[in-house]
Structures are given as structure tokens and as C-alpha cells.
Design a protein around this ligand. Sequence first.
Ligand code: CA
Ligand code: CA
Ligand code: CA
Ligand code: CA
Length: 355
Amino acid sequence: MSNTLNRASLLTFMSILAGSNASGQVFSHSYEQPALDRWMYPFNFAAGAETRASLFAAINQPGFDDRDGELLIGFDTGDDVPAGKGRLSYKILSATLSVYVENDISFYYDPTPDPLASSYATSDPQYVADADPSKPIEIWPAGYRNGFSAATFVESSPFGGTPTVPPAQAARNVYPVLLDNYQAGTDMSRQVREKLPGSPMAVARLYGESGELTPGTLVPQGTEVRFTLSGVSSANYVYLQNALNDGRIRLLVTTLEPTSGGPGGGTGGVTYPRIYTRENAAAVLGYAPQLSLEVAVTCAADFDGDNLVDDTDFTYFVASYNELLDARSDLNGDGVTDDADFSLFVVAYDNLLCD
Ligand SMILES: [Ca+2]
Ligand SMILES: [Ca+2]
Ligand SMILES: [Ca+2]
Ligand SMILES: [Ca+2]
């Protein structure tokens, strides 16, 4: 009992101390436009300079990826959140990425994941009907091939390797990737035809001037497409931590909303989202892709970034520990939270204050 009281008093004292003598620090920044945005589409001949990006799928069309028209967005964060502190130092307190709809009343708002089988051919025995109109807009980590990486792929870099003549199935240099805790990845470009299970990092919620749109309604021009990147899965959290450590966040905005007849939608008109890029004249009006970030850079066991390792952090730790294969409370950097991490947590908890 007296121990508890002593600890409580000490905690109050240390909280005051932490405010003035913090080795840990919280960094907040809002980016009004990205360092790069690039429509990833085989027939884009204005690589990086295009003023809008159409998001659509070419499902089961030989020569094309299912996720065909995508938007790669990159923010360079090193000037605002110091890079190179080691993955475990980065605690994402909040992160929101927003892009804005360029076309008017062309697709419906779907805020919920659809079963993958709803994208199968209707003749497929596993096919199920989509319960709500359109497909959600998704965001994925970026995977690379042909020697490219987040450090080397710029918005004017080539779309893909062999085959060099579009369309270029399985050849895009940047692709949406499904990661595990160890950051081994699967290219999800052909998720439908390969019937790959796996969810995106987040699906978008859509907002207009008077709040969130009503699901199932047509989406007006200028609508905010908002992705909440805090509370993402363990593997995606590790991806974001690594990105902050490298000073480069790269993400792909995609959808499985199908099209036919190319970006113009053929004779049926456009039925998929188009997104403003930073090169669009409307970008100066606030329609460029944007990122708001609040990140604590602190000791590994301080999960809420207040520079103390206390009961709040213990509660957070236990949640990951109970999941076993969860990397969000990983303290020794092996990609899982287990007894080895618990031993490290106890030491940090006893120390209370981050260095
Ligand atoms: Ca661009
Ligand atoms: Ca749907
Ligand atoms: Ca803490
Ligand atoms: Ca571990």
C-alpha cells in the first residue's frame, strides 16, 4: 500500500520533471501538400506532372493489374520529425491523410470493406453480391520492385520494368503491399484474380462541408477522402514507424471499383473516384493531398509519449502482449511482443522516467 502511494507521489513529481527535461518529445506537423504524388497507371505519359489521378480497377483483364489506376503519395518528414532514432522510438499518436475528389457525382460513398468475393466474376461459384454501391477507397503501404525503394522512386520515375510496353501486369515499380510484422510483403495488385486474403491499412471516410457524407449517396466534387492512420494493424504500424525512421512516408490510394474502356469510363461515363494532385490549380485552394501527424519520439516502453513508463503504458503493453504476434509493444525489435519484451518492460517501468 505504501509502495503504491510512494509511486503515485513520485509519478506526480516525475510528470512535472518530464515537462521540463524531456528526452522524449512530441512532434506535430500538418503538410499542406506532399513531396510527391504520382498517378500509377501504365498509360500515364505525364508521370508525376498529371493534375488528377483516376482510381479504378481492371479486374481479371489479362495484361492489367486488378488495382490498375492508383495514386502514390509521399511526404518527407525528416525536417519535422527527426529521423534515424530507431523504429521503436516512434509512437504515432495521431495521423490523418486526406485527398480530395476531383470529379462530381460519379461514384457512391462506401465506407465499409466489401468481401473480396464481391469482386469475383458473377460466374465464379464463390461470388457474392456487393451489399452496398461502389467500393471503398483504400490506402496501402508501398512495395517496390526492380531495385526501386522509397528513397529512389521519385514521381517521374518509370512505371514499371518488363514488360516495358503497357499494359504491364505484375510489372509496376510501386505496388500496394500486404505486410507481416517482419515486413515481408505480398503484392496485392492482382488480389482479386489471385484470391489473396488481406485488408488495406485503412479505408476512407468521406467528408463534405456539413460533415460525413451519407453512405450510399453520390459523392460531390471537393469531398475530403480521409484516412485515419493511427490504430492501424501491427504490421502497418511497423511500416509507419520505419517510414518515420527513414524520414519518408509513402502510401498508395487505391480502389477495386472497376472500369472498362479506360479512364474516360468508355460509353458508360466515369463511375470511379478521381483525385486532385498537387499540380492541379485547385491544389492552392487546399485540395492537394495532406497529412497531419502527431508523433512522440521517446524511449521504447513509453507508448503514449509522455516520457514516463507508467501504468498507462503497462495497459498498452498488455494489450499487445495478449495478442502475442503483435509488434506494437515490441521492445527488443524482433517484431513480436512476448516474454522477452515483458522483462524489458519491467526494467523500464521500474526506472519510470525515460532516460
Ligand atoms: Ca505529382
Ligand atoms: Ca460496396
Ligand atoms: Ca508513457
Ligand atoms: Ca519483441
